[in-house]
Ligand binder design. Structure first.
Ligand SMILES: [Zn+2]
Length: 311
């Protein structure tokens, strides 16, 4: 009997981490030569990596899932991870650099991301590392690895025969969103400026929300106005639509414009924010979007930004 009990205990310990990691799976999909998209099955943050003759660049890495990205890279190449780039400072995009430490990559981010990672994001990371919540298990014993290079504006990285045009697009989804355009692969990595088939989040940085709808629409307009030869705009959340091109950006912009119009009509009809959240009718085009709980909080954002800024 004693032996049996000890055996069950061992089984439990072995199973627990498997159960935790089974909740979120990163599914890999190749979208262009050497460009691989890792889709988060739970609708949380995606990751992308690019394999070149000189090594690998990884875009976005969550401490909870970047081990899966690294494992996928190791299966495909023996080249080292040379560069890391995070789209913005939110924990689900910029906390996982630790997983790649063995390869000693150079981590590139905007200066505002670096600031967030020294301040509120660092605090959150530390708190989660000390927490006993099962959802924070991935933070235990890890450290927040911060950027090596911080920049404003734009920069070009010439690496492995490719050009990585890295642009700080300004404040839209977060305190500062960065994109990466790879002209030779006709791929544009959008981070959370683009979410597909899923309601967008509000740009969280350690519990504070930053999304600014006007800025977000302007950034999408600015990118579309470039009329770039791009086959695939890669989303921060949701599935990638390889080959759909600019239609994804048009849909994302339409989402904000249509939703803002609907909220404005309800404000005009004298509704308060609670009534809007309760009575809001989702336009048909967006009815299939995942994570409707995000819409509820975003409606409050539309409401507040219409009231205090008039847009
Ligand atoms: Zn995100």
């Amino acid at each position: 009997m004693k032996h049996f009990a000890a055996g069950s205990f061992v089984v439990l310990i072995v199973l627990l981490p498997r159960i935790a990691s089974a909740q979120v799976k990163m599914n890999m999909k190749q979208i262009a030569e050497g460009v691989y998209f890792m889709e988060n099955s739970a609708g949380s943050s995606n990751s992308t990596f690019v394999i070149t003759d000189e090594g690998v660049l990884v875009f976005d890495f969550d401490i909870r899932t970047a081990d899966q990205t690294l494992a996928a890279i190791r299966k495909l190449t023996d080249k080292k991870v040379r560069y890391l780039v995070s789209s913005h400072s939110a924990g689900d995009h910029a906390t996982g650099a630790w997983h790649f430490r063995e390869d000693k990559p150079v981590y590139i981010a905007t200066k505002n991301q670096a600031k967030d990672l020294f301040m509120q994001e660092a605090k959150e990371f530390e708190e989660r590392g000390q927490s006993s919540e099962p959802s924070n298990a991935a933070y235990k014993g890890k450290e927040l690895v911060r950027p090596d290079l911080g920049f404003d504006g734009s920069m070009a990285l010439y690496f492995g025969g490719l050009t990585f045009q890295i642009t700080a697009e300004g404040t839209g989804h977060s305190t500062g969103d960065l994109t990466v355009y790879i002209p030779q692969r006709r791929v544009y990595l959008m981070g959370d400026l683009l979410d597909t088939e899923i309601h967008p989040g509000q740009g969280e940085s350690a519990g504070v929300f930053y999304s600014y709808v006007k800025g977000w629409i302007e950034i999408l307009d600015k990118i579309m106005q470039r009329n770039l030869p791009v086959d695939t705009y890669v989303p921060g959340h949701g599935p990638v639509h390889a080959g759909r091109g600019v239609k994804d950006l048009e849909e994302q912009k339409r989402y904000f414009v249509v939703m803002r119009d609907e909220v404005a009509k309800m404000i005009q009809a004298g509704k308060n924010v609670e009534q809007i959240q309760k009575e809001f009718k989702l336009p048909q085009e967006f009815a299939h979007y995942r994570r409707p709980e995000r819409l509820r909080t975003f409606l409050r954002l539309f409401y507040n930004q219409l009231i205090d800024r008039g847009l």
